[in-house]
Design a protein around this ligand. Structure first.
Ligand SMILES: Cc1cc2nc3c(=O)[nH]c(=O)nc-3n(C[C@H](O)[C@H](O)[C@H](O)COP(=O)(O)O)c2cc1C
Length: 355
């Protein structure tokens, strides 16, 4: 399987129960991509075919991105690009540095191919993140920053917290994701309410320049609430939406699933696709949707595309399958497109809606 596998895929797979293993995997990825030879080796092993697409005014070599939370501090950006992701979302970052919830706070259930986490936005804060990004070389693929709210900031002042992070990091990224959907910061999800959301969007837009601002929503909302969030975000000029974050629902009562926090992975897949479909129907397929939640195969990815997602992201599948899942999904999408006689991904987006 080679060095790439043992340094990257195996640590994530075998040891992911602990956060130490997660940092070790990131370190492994950074180490391997440090040299030209290492990068070449990873490319040979992992690089998928090109499935080019255009969205949010940007070009993507393929539609699959790294979801927020995997590389909170933007430590291995070159690594993700080398492994073949079409784009990267780093963060979540809050205005103030914070240590997050007490450990353990990340749990794995191999039976369900699912994770439960209650990290609570452990992150270096916007000031340190901005100075780190300033020193790092920017990857050659689109880079998004996931922005959250500091725990010490009140809901009334949330808009200022989000906006400070955006203003500090604006020169270094290609777009922003307003995360109002993490279940692990007390009351954060209340910010999905129209007036609160509007206040945040308007404040953030003062500092986001021409760069796209997207909203990331929870899967645990009523359909009506989702439509209302979409209307608010769209009317205020948000470029699109990420659906979805983790869920507080549980598939059954197994031990790991009982832990408090957000559930990701396989059990989230169908709800996330439902939310994508709901948004695509509501917007007539006219507003970019980044689909995330339980994608672990080309079939899952295709399902989200044909129901209306223009781009996709994964987190949990990297944990259970390692880096080779990127190639598996992207090459599989390419095959599905060709089997249907499509010459571009755009032709496949939302076809399930059209009958
Ligand atoms: C440990 C962990 C940390 C996460 N941190 C963030 C975060 O900081 N911001 C965010 O918007 N989503 C975060 N997420 C959610 C993911 O970006 C993604 O929406 C979710 O895991 C569903 O995708 P998946 O089923 O492919 O894992 C996190 C997920 C996990 C498992």
């Amino acid at each position: 399987m080679g060095l790439g596998y043992s340094l990257i895929a195996r640590p994530i797979l075998a040891l992911m129960d602990s956060e130490k293993a997660h940092s070790r995997a990131l370190l492994g990825l950074r180490f391997v991509t440090f040299t030209f030879l290492g990068r070449m080796m990873l490319r040979v092993l992992y690089r998928p075919r090109k499935v080019e697409t255009e969205c949010l005014g940007m070009n993507f070599s393929n539609p699959l991105g790294l979801a927020a939370g995997m590389d909170k501090k933007a430590e291995a950006m070159r690594g993700w690009e080398t492994l073949g992701f079409g784009f990267i979302e780093v963060g979540g970052i809050t205005e103030h540095e914070q240590s997050g919830n007490p450990k353990p706070r990340m749990f794995r259930s191999s039976n369900h191919n699912a994770l439960v986490n209650r990290m609570g936005f452990n992150n270096p804060g916007s000031e340190k993140m901005a100075s780190h990004l300033a020193k790092s070389s920017k990857p050659n693929i689109p880079l998004f920053l996931n922005v959250g709210k500091s725990k010490i900031t009140t809901l009334e002042d949330a808009h200022l917290d989000y906006a400070t992070t955006v203003s500090r990091c604006e020169p270094y990224v290609d777009g922003f994701v307003i995360n109002v959907s993490s279940p692990n910061t007390p009351n954060l999800r209340e910010l999905q309410k129209d007036e609160d959301l509007a206040r945040i969007i308007v404040e953030v837009q003062k500092y986001s320049g021409e760069k796209p601002v997207l909203i990331k929503i929870a899967p645990d909302l009523e359909d009506m609430q989702i439509r209302s969030i979409v209307d608010t975000a769209r009317s205020l000029g948000c470029a699109g939406i990420i659906a979805t974050n983790t869920t507080i629902e549980r598939p059954d009562d197994s031990k790991t699933m009982d832990e408090t926090g957000g559930l990701s992975g396989k059990p989230l897949s169908s709800r996330s696709t439902q939310v994508i479909r709901l948004i695509a129907d509501h917007t007539d397929g006219d507003w970019p949707i980044i689909g995330v939640g339980g994608i672990s195969s080309a079939e899952d990815a295709w399902e989200k595309i044909i129901n209306g997602a223009s781009l996709l992201q994964i987190y949990s599948a990297m944990v259970f399958q390692g880096a080779s899942v990127i190639k598996k999904i992207v090459n599989g999408l390419d095959k599905k497109m060709k089997a249907q006689g499509f010459t571009s991904l755009e032709q496949a987006i939302g076809i399930a809606r059209r009958g």
